[in-house]
Design a protein around this ligand. Structure first.
Ligand code: SF4
Length: 163
């Protein structure tokens, strides 16, 4: 791997841009994502930045179940993201359909429409669980892309996952 590619990989892991998409959630999970970005848990300490366009994003945070109506839109948004791209299903609905599973127009979780890299279960998941999920995803990406480990100071405290 060349120097430039190593530099790009490091930048990608140290400063992931995140796009948030709601495919039909009750907004409970969306509020928890906002809470994870607030100063108490401060997802930004990992370099995570919320962006308004899928074209600028490395990671898509998806909330809510996938319906017949939203599936093609979700797939179109996914196609607009540049490679390499990753999807995190946040909440039980995004993981499996949750309380909406079995509805006449509900297909299930986000993985019924696009590939999912990580799942954060819960209804809704706690902000600390979302932070922990994001941290774990970055840890896996670091290994896959050959980037040195996330600094000790940046690590999510173990107790954060239990709050
Ligand atoms: S997992 Fe719970 S909080 Fe999240 S969208 Fe579904 S019903 Fe709402």
């Amino acid at each position: 791997m060349g120097f430039l590619q190593r530099l790009i990989n490091k930048a990608r892991v140290k400063s992931p841009y995140v796009f948030h998409f709601n495919s039909g959630s009750c907004n409970g999970c969306d509020i928890e994502i906002i809470a994870a970005l607030m100063p108490r848990l401060d997802l930004e300490r990992f370099g995570v930045k919320l962006v308004g366009s899928p074209r600028h994003a490395d990671i898509m945070l998806c909330t809510g179940p996938v319906t017949e109506q939203i599936k093609p839109r979700l797939q179109k948004i996914y196609e607009q993201m540049a490679e390499p791209k990753f999807v995190v299903a946040v909440g039980s609905c995004a993981c499996s359909g949750g309380v909406f599973r079995g509805g006449y127009n509900v297909l299930g979780g986000v993985d019924q429409a696009i590939p999912v890299t990580a799942y954060v279960p819960g209804c809704p998941p706690k902000p600390s669980a979302i932070t922990y999920g994001a941290y774990k995803l970055l840890e896996v990406l670091s290994e896959q892309l050959g980037v040195s480990e996330i600094k000790e100071a940046e690590k999510a405290p173990e107790e954060a996952a239990e709050v």
